[in-house]
Design a protein around this ligand. Structure first.
Ligand code: ADP
Length: 293
């Protein structure tokens, strides 16, 4: 099973002609409420890819929390480990997207800031991100007996202390630059090999997602690059989350990383073909059909 420890947010997305300057008011063309939060997005991706998936996290005892619980359950995610915290607000992201596709985001962590992780059963995959407290993640990562995957996003510097307890670390180019204090963002496969600096043991691997450059897995003594699938992206929101969830589902099924990487890469490319995050996560059948094309 894949156990995702992470954030659950409602995304309030306003379409605007342009992002307002400080002190300015603009009118939204439309406002939508979408399921979001890196944790929830990755759980939906893993479930749609066929993994038995459970969400460990927290929502508030408000209407939005009930709605998110239902959204996750509908996607096939086990929500027994999703707590409802009395008096807390469900995490909320206020997102403005302008006509050029540029965005501005304000996140209120709400219940996500109070997530605590129960003792997680051995076996399967543990998949986490950094939108919940690192102190809550640390004990779960310290326990062996399962594959521990960390998507180190958003790039919270203190998360470095978890890296020694991670089996598969996943970062994008920007996160890679921040965690290694690089003066510039690595753009090419050759440049991204510096990711090796994030891991110390031969049994660890770091996966760097390179956007239109595909994905790169780096071990202590070798690497594997998978070029991106040729698509024209409509909306890349959630692509990184899709990649992580799909990779977790593959590894949970016992598939070797070398074979799992191209599947996650294809799933993430498909995710860019649909607007939104959670709603854009593809099914296993859709990914298989896409790869067979
Ligand atoms: P993030 O969403 O965290 O910024 P990336 O931009 O690296 O992450 O994208 C994650 C993954 O999504 C990539 O590794 C790739 O598999 C897929 N992807 C992203 N952009 C494209 C693209 N333009 N064409 C094909 N696949 C893409």
């Amino acid at each position: 099973a894949v156990r995702v420890v992470g954030s659950v947010n409602v995304d309030i997305v306003a379409q605007v002609e342009r992002i307002p300057a400080p002190g300015e008011t603009v009118l939204a063309r439309s406002v939508e409420r979408l399921a979001g939060g890196k944790g929830a997005n990755q759980a939906v991706a893993a479930a749609r890819m066929g993994a038995e998936t459970a969400m460990i996290g927290a929502v508030g005892d408000d209407e939005a929390g009930g709605w998110m619980r239902a959204q996750l359950a509908e996607a096939g995610v086990d929500v027994a480990g999703l707590g409802t915290l009395a008096g807390a607000q469900t995490g909320t992201a206020y997102i403005a997207v302008d006509d050029a596709g540029e965005n501005q985001i304000i996140v209120a962590a709400g219940a996500n800031a109070q997530v605590s992780v129960p003792v997680v059963a051995a076996g399967g995959v543990l998949l986490a991100q950094l939108e919940v407290p690192i102190d809550a993640l640390a004990p779960a990562f310290a326990e062996a007996g399962r594959l521990r995957m960390l998507n180190a996003a958003p790039p919270v510097a203190e998360a470095r202390r978890l890296f020694g307890d991670v089996d598969v670390l996943i970062v994008n180019q920007h996160e890679l630059a921040i965690f290694l204090d690089l003066p510039a963002t690595p753009r090419t496969v050759e440049e991204a090999l510096v990711a090796r600096g994030l891991i110390g043991r031969p049994d660890q691997v770091v996966v760097v997602t390179l956007g239109a450059g595909g994905a790169l897995a780096v071990w202590a003594d070798r690497h594997l690059h998978v070029p991106a699938m040729p698509v024209v992206p409509i909306d890349t929101i959630g692509a990184g989350d899709c990649f992580c969830g799909a990779l977790a589902a593959q590894l949970d099924a016992g598939i070797a990383l070398e074979a799992a990487l191209p599947v996650a890469n294809a799933a993430a490319a498909l995710c860019t073909q649909v607007r939104g995050a959670a709603p854009a996560m593809p099914t296993r059948a859709a990914v298989d059909a896409f790869v067979a094309q």
